[in-house]
Design a protein around this ligand. Structure first.
Ligand code: PEP
Length: 253
């Protein structure tokens, strides 16, 4: 199947469990106005209670907003969970699935991540699928094996056309929130490997796939990372809590 969606540059901000109404107001207002002059598409992924605030403050802007997780279930007796349909109901466009903190602290296995990916897509959201190896896995020389396993778990369930609708983020776990960024060459190597694996099944999807890099991206290292041929943008955590840093990173894309 031909891949027709335009290739867009996309930078997401992942706030994790930070913020409050007052600080979000300042941050979202600054991102909204700073992003107005950016050509690339920008999105922020905020904690559930602040999605409505993002909806209100970002309406009519070129900043999209998303959630940091989603339930794998469509509906039912799952107290505390939030379904993709609920997110879609009021205009949320993105949902992160498989973030390493969900995988390691909340037991999101490859199977659960694939189910969340499908739940998001079925409800009309764009999943942002995170993959990446731990430090121990990198040191054991199994980075490729781990990342390909995480990708294939979703590819097997979703199929290639569905993958083409999503965004992938390569986030080496050892680089998230640690200040230790992967070198541009290390990141490019894994991004190219992901694209090559997807190309084995569908060259058109591989070519159009947005593969973001995440892991201690800062304004000072963003340009070199985003300059790599297979790095299409960034998933930004800590630096997305400081408007000038986040916008500086977006501008580097
Ligand atoms: C993240 O939370 O996905 C992330 C990449 O965080 P940081 O930019 O702080 O490393």
């Amino acid at each position: 199947m031909a891949y027709t969606m335009p290739r867009i540059k996309f930078v997401a901000g992942n706030w994790k469990m930070h913020g409050n109404l007052a600080s979000n107001l300042a941050l979202l207002t600054a991102v909204r106005s700073g992003a107005a002059s950016l050509g690339g598409q920008v999105a922020v992924c905020v904690p559930y209670p602040y999605l409505a605030q993002a909806q209100a403050l970002l309406a009519g802007s070129n900043v999209a907003w998303g959630a940091q997780d989603v339930s794998e279930h469509a509906q039912g007796a799952y107290t505390g969970e939030v379904s993709a349909a609920m997110l879609n109901d009021f205009g949320c466009r993105y949902a992160i699935v498989g973030h390493s903190e969900r995988r390691s602290f909340y037991g999101d296995t490859d199977t659960v991540v694939a189910a969340k990916f499908m739940a998001a897509l079925k409800a009309g959201l764009t999943p942002i699928l995170c993959v990446g190896e731990t430090l121990a896995e990198r040191e054991a020389g199994i980075t490729a094996e781990v990342v390909i396993r995480q990708m294939e778990a979703v590819m097997a369930v979703a199929g290639m056309a569905a993958l083409g609708e999503a965004v992938v983020a390569y986030e080496p776990v050892w680089a998230i929130g640690t200040g230790k960024t992967a070198t541009p060459a290390q990141a490019q190597e894994v991004h190219a490997m992901i694209r090559a694996r997807v190309a084995r099944d569908d060259a058109a999807v591989a070519e159009g796939l947005q593969i973001l890099y995440g892991g201690s991206v800062k304004p000072s290292n963003a340009r070199e990372l985003f300059g790599q041929p297979d790095i299409d943008g960034g998933l930004i955590g800590g630096a997305s809590l400081v408007a000038d840093d986040f916008l500086g990173i977006c501008a580097a894309g």
